[in-house]
Ligand binder design. Structure first.
Ligand code: KG4
Ligand code: ZN
Length: 359
């Protein structure tokens, strides 16, 4: 029965790629057919494991990946109804990320590739977020602006063709998700901060508290969020005050959350507008955990400049870390004839700015 289902599934596809992602605190695997058809997408989040530290503890994360990776890969294959031998290639995040975490996914991918004689493809995690728009909508016209906003990275790219992007700006300090995580911590809201601030903000007034929007001058496409976080801190505990920091509740908490979220969204929208006015783009796509934010999505759709572009807002499950985006970008590399050796290394750091290789 399972064999018949597998054969039926694979009959009309030309590639079937398994994507594995373990760079941070999600153990994820997915099967994608022909670079766009997500056949399975299994994600195990370690949020509960790290919640009490309000951030990801690398050793705890890699140990959990080790425990989970094989069942997650098996689940992804089973959900898609395929056997390893049906796969065209195995793709895995090999940069950037916590090396101990990356190595777990890479060991699993290499073992699978070696055992079944499958090609291996290493994928850059940030570039996978950059290309998520193409996974969600392969007809998205290029060049496109691509905003990556996550817990570890916030940057703006010009996606010129599948596999090639130019970084237009990046954060000079905190990532947008990091700013939300730190802001939530100051407000006494649970980790991760993005969703908890979004939830608390629902009942709040966005203009209740005056918080700064750092735009770094009239021309910059870079981001800065550390001043916003400090402003929230000093709102709760004025610098000269010897009183303990305010612990907001109820209406006040909602107002602070809504005002803080609006300040983050305002900056993202302002930079996207600047970039759209400067570059002749056809489309705009978003990726990374912060791209799940409904207020950001609403503002993109309302903005008079940005809504003139083709907006590609991927399903929420493709925005936060997942294996499908890894398989999606690997498909682009595959089509260009690229393959990696089993000696492929894990690299902690992101690629430098300017024109970025696809990986
Ligand atoms: O892309 P991701 O899953 O992992 C990284 O590569 O960092 O992003 C995680 C980040 C966290 O900072 C989290 O607070 C934020 O995405 N996030 C959100 C939402 N869901 C997750 N931020 C705003 N609104 C959300 N709904
Ligand atoms: Zn990510």
């Amino acid at each position: 029965m399972v064999v018949a289902a597998a054969a039926a599934h694979t009959q009309f596809v030309s590639t079937l790629i398994l994507g594995i992602e373990t760079s941070c605190d999600e153990t994820a695997a997915a099967v994608v057919a022909d670079g766009a058809d997500v056949r399975s997408n299994v994600v195990h989040s370690q949020i509960a494991l790290h919640a009490r530290w309000r951030g990801v503890v690398p050793e705890v994360a890699s140990r959990s990946h080790t425990e989970r990776i094989l069942p997650i890969v098996e689940q992804a294959l089973a959900d898609a109804g395929v056997f390893p031998a049906d796969l065209t290639a195995v793709a895995v995040t090999h940069r950037p990320g916590m090396v101990g975490c990356l190595l777990v996914g890479m060991a699993a991918a290499k073992a699978l590739a070696w055992r079944h004689g499958l090609p291996l493809l290493g994928v850059d995690h940030v570039q996978a977020h950059v290309h998520t728009g193409l996974l969600a909508d392969p007809t998205m016209s290029l060049p496109a602006l691509s905003l990556v906003a996550s817990g570890g990275h916030t940057a703006l790219y010009l996606l010129t063709e599948p596999g090639t992007s130019v970084r237009l700006g990046t954060t000079r300090d905190d990532a947008a998700g990091e700013a939300l995580d730190k802001g939530a911590s100051l407000l006494g809201l649970p980790y991760p901060g993005g969703p908890s601030i979004e939830q608390a903000a629902a009942a709040g007034r966005r203009d209740a508290v005056d918080l700064p929007r750092t735009l770094l001058g009239a021309d910059s496409l870079d981001f800065s969020f550390s001043g916003l976080k400090s402003a929230l801190l000093y709102t709760l505990k004025p610098q000269q005050s010897t009183a303990p920091a305010e612990k907001p509740e109820g209406r006040r908490l909602a107002d602070l959350a809504a005002s803080y979220q609006e300040a983050v969204v305002d900056v993202l929208i302002a930079k996207l507008r600047r970039a759209a006015e400067r570059h002749p783009v056809q489309s705009l796509c978003i990726g990374g955990g912060v791209a799940r934010n409904l207020r950001l999505r609403e503002r993109l759709a309302q903005d008079p400049v940005l809504r003139a572009l083709r907006l590609v807002l991927p399903p929420l499950a493709l925005c936060s870390d997942n294996g499908a985006m890894i398989a999606g970008l690997a498909h682009i590399r595959w089509r260009k004839g690229e393959r990696d050796p089993l000696e492929l290394d894990a690299i902690a750091t992101p690629q430098a700015g300017g024109k970025v290789q696809m990986r």
